[in-house]
Unconditional design. Structure first.
Length: 109
């Protein structure tokens, strides 16, 4: 796996989940649960009325190390990394704020 940095100019800091059979890494005050998932969802600080959010959850650096106790080099296997971003306002919330209108019922803000 390659090391990647996220810079302030690239937008919100992504949340990372590593899927590799047994262990995962969870950001913020979250930790792994018995079902091999993070024990709480990613926090949501979106204020759709004002089209704002804060990036106050997570960790600036997140790492995990995992070894497969049943590793067999002759068996095909895979693992992957899933990035979960902090929720941000949708374009409909920004438009509603800028044009001073309400988001219609049934349309996510």
């Amino acid at each position: 796996m390659n090391w990647r940095e996220v810079y302030a100019t690239t937008g919100t800091r992504p949340r990372v989940r590593v899927f590799a059979a047994y262990d995962i890494a969870c950001a913020g005050n979250r930790g792994p649960a018995a079902d091999h998932r993070c024990d709480a969802p990613v926090g949501n600080t979106v204020d759709p009325e004002n089209a704002t959010y804060t990036n106050a959850t997570g960790a600036p650096v997140l790492g995990a190390y995992w070894t497969d106790p049943d590793f067999d080099p002759d068996q095909h296997a895979f693992s992957y990394l899933r990035v979960i971003k902090v929720p941000t306002p949708r374009w409909t919330a920004y438009d509603a704020k800028i044009f001073e209108v309400s988001v219609p019922d049934g349309i996510p803000a």
